[in-house]
Design a protein around this ligand. Sequence first.
Ligand SMILES: [Zn+2]
Ligand SMILES: [Zn+2]
Ligand SMILES: [Zn+2]
Length: 164
Amino acid sequence: MRNSQGSIQELAGAGSPITMSHRPTPSVSSYMKSCGDFTKETKQERMRGYLRKYHQNPANRRKHEAHGIVHEALKSGRLIRADACEKCGHPTVEAHHENYSKPLKVNWLCRKCHKALHRKTHCLRGHPLTPDTVYMRPNGERICSQCAIDRVQTYRDAKKKDRA
Ligand SMILES: [Zn+2]
Ligand SMILES: [Zn+2]
Ligand SMILES: [Zn+2]
């Protein structure tokens, strides 16, 4: 960013014959564009990295596979989607797996009940929550220890990258 601004000043300092109306506009717009492209690219890269990590995790892979199997089973009629949530009777349901290694054993829950259940059994990122994996903060907030470990690891990776 500093480079392109510097080059504008250099151009001006060199007393270039280009008129004011022409000079800054193309440089500024191309600078804006390249800046926008840059953030988009890193976002995509970050997403790719995240997905790679996601699928490297065997638990996530099983979950992904289970969803694929449910989808196929629904199409072939091996599995029938319930027409109401098991907990509250809401007519729109999604499949919940108690155990991803049994992909056809599903509970049909509405989005709300499904989310509520996962909040109790899994953290926001899908790590299973057991008394062993949950830290309790003094204020009563529950913390997923796997997420905490991941956060430290991400922080260390970022630092390593900075130094490299
Ligand atoms: Zn679920
Ligand atoms: Zn429900
Ligand atoms: Zn977690």
